[in-house]
Design a protein around this ligand. Structure first.
Ligand code: TNX
Length: 562
């Protein structure tokens, strides 16, 4: 495998609607034609309910307009939630919290059994249609009100994200604004193509506090993402409290990639993140990267080193040099250390996964790497979790497909090792570095970010289908995708948002929507998101590839370039 320092030198630059009749659909009339995805004019793009209906990202599976049946949210509107369900109530409260600031309306949340007059009603009901799945929903807008139906809180939550985009962009304002809060009459059926749609935030190279992580969660749920991977440890910092090894945070958290103050999450902080994520139907995946990318732990615990001496904290951007010591004198100590860390982390992580890294272990001999992984991967299973590990590295250890999910970050989708792993039954999470890496510069002149693997403009980010990306691996073995944000060059919220917008919505659509959508229809819908980001105070890269509406183009200079 090529190492990334070599790659740094040789850079690669590199609506159709589907009407469906679902078994659990209520019977009702829907409009004739599907809605095509191009706005007719730029002002239309920003304002009309019909344009909003055309411009949803990710594009829903099926959209039928009901012309003449628009519904307007007013000060009398109520939010109805399935009387029997906590989940529906939580989603209803969340919806109210989204709509109250801009509308200034009370929007009381009331129990409901059937759709409420002048209401936005969220109903759960038996729905055995496989296609609708747990995250699918149906959304009906009629003169009398709006109804979202789903089999699960996750589906209601996804439907709420769609409804948010059906409202005028002004709904993103934090302060009351005068607007006609009209939503186009419609019947929408929607569900995801792939079950795992994730983002990663590296909190080791730069540490980001709980509030920024919450904002990141709010950023990714707009586009129906459902997993957040936290890269909690690396050479530059250890970011999670472990009671059995207090040195990890007392020493190992005290710096970052540029020698800044660093920081860490207490268990209470981490649990607060997990709770906030769960309230938005996001699963948190914690990563403890090993046996390389481990200098912060080596700096904290001398006996993890073969010479029993801790190196200093590392403040550069190189990788691959350190390794946990696996010689006969240290092996048991190191395994006990890992067992403690995984046990404590598993206890505060309700999601099914723990990520053990495994990437770029150039400082570990291959035989030692294989022996290490074979010993360590089962620890995660013992604590009831599925391991995720980075590949191409981890496949060298032939991990058990039943207990390990392979996160593929390399850029050779025809790789024989992958095909062989697929034959053994492995499942894959896709993060090809030259497509999904959110720390990558858009162009040579992007002021932050890396360029060692590629330059990734928004069109490049949209130019793949995770379901069919790996040659010779059936779609049934692709769980989904994850877009990682490494943070060597990224140090604050404005930087984070500049790198994820607008590429994250591109990946989100590739993971959610039918593959038939094209860049040409996507770029128009993406453009319509710009005013929403601006109103939500989200910093973003105003890519020249996107036909942003005139009124935001003229005010782009007010956006902060990091
Ligand atoms: C590679 S990809 C890494 C990270 C870096 C990133 C920078 C992978 C699993 N490891 O450690 O932060 O490149 O682009």
């Amino acid at each position: 495998m090529l190492h990334r320092t070599i790659l740094r030198r040789a850079r690669w630059i590199s609506s159709v609607t589907i009407p469906l009749l679902l078994g659990c659909s209520p019977s009702h009339d829907v409009g004739e034609a599907g809605v095509s995805s191009s706005a007719s004019s730029e002002s239309d793009l920003v304002t009309s309910p019909e344009a909003n209906l055309r411009n949803v990202v990710p594009a829903p599976v099926s959209v039928h307009s009901r012309a003449g049946h628009n519904h307007t949210i007013t000060s009398n509107t109520v939010i109805g939630v399935d009387a029997a369900s906590h989940q529906a109530r939580h989603v209803g409260e969340y919806l109210a919290s989204l709509l109250r600031p801009a509308t200034g309306y009370a929007l009381p949340v009331l129990p409901a059994v059937t759709p409420l007059h002048d209401g936005i009603t969220l109903l759960l009901r038996d729905c055995h249609d496989e296609r609708l799945s747990k995250e699918g929903y149906e959304l009906d807008v009629d003169t009398d009100g709006i109804v979202i139906r789903a089999a699960d809180g996750r589906g209601l939550f996804a439907g709420v994200q769609t409804l948010r985009q059906l409202l005028p962009a002004n709904i993103e304002s934090a302060k009351p604004v005068k607007d006609a809060w009209a939503v186009a009459g419609a019947h929408i059926i929607d569900y995801p193509k792939l079950e795992f749609r994730g983002a990663m935030l590296d909190v080791s190279r730069h540490f980001f506090g709980v509030d920024i992580v919450k904002r990141y969660i709010d950023d990714i749920v707009r586009y129906k993402m459902n997993h957040l991977h936290l890269h909690l440890t690396d050479d530059q910092g250890w970011r999670i409290q472990i009671d059995a090894w207090p040195q990890l945070t007392a020493i190992g958290s005290g710096s970052d990639v540029v020698g800044g103050p660093g920081g860490f999450y207490t268990k209470a902080d981490y649990q607060e993140i997990v709770r906030y994520a769960a309230s938005r139907h996001i699963t948190i995946i914690p990563e403890i990267d090993m046996p390389a990318h481990i200098n912060a732990a080596l700096a904290s615990v001398p006996k993890l080193n073969c010479n029993d001496r801790s190196p200093p904290l590392y403040t550069g951007s190189n990788s691959g040099f350190p390794s946990l010591c696996m010689d006969a004198a240290h092996r048991d100590f190191v395994i006990k250390f890992i067992d403690d860390v995984v046990r404590e982390l598993a206890k505060i992580t309700p999601g099914p996964y723990i990520h053990l890294g495994g990437d770029e272990a150039q400082g570990t001999a291959l035989a030692d790497y294989i022996a290490f992984e074979q010993r360590v991967l089962p620890i995660v299973s013992r604590y009831g979790k599925t391991v995720i590990g980075w590949d191409p590295d981890l496949l060298k250890a032939k991990p058990d497909p039943k207990t390990t999910l392979i996160q593929y970050w390399w850029i050779t989708p025809t790789d024989d090792a992958l095909k062989a792993a697929a034959k053994r039954g492995s499942k894959f999470l896709l993060s090809p570095g030259d497509i999904t890496y959110l720390d990558t510069k858009y162009t040579e002149s992007t002021p932050i970010g890396q360029n060692w693997m590629a330059l990734i403009e928004v069109k490049d980010a949209y130019s793949w289908d995770p379901a069919t990306y790996l040659t010779g691996v059936p779609t049934s073995q692709i769980v989904g995708f994850e877009a990682p944000l490494w943070t060597e060059t990224i140090s604050n919220l404005a930087d984070i948002e500049y790198m994820i917008y607008p590429r994250l919505p591109a990946h989100a659509e590739r993971g959610w929507s039918p593959a038939s959508h094209t860049w040409d229809d996507f770029k128009v819908r993406l453009a319509a998101q710009g005013p929403r980001w601006k109103l939500a105070n989200i910093n973003y890269y105003a890519s020249p590839q996107v036909p942003w509406p005139v009124d935001i183009r003229t005010s782009l200079s007010s956006l902060k370039e990091p």
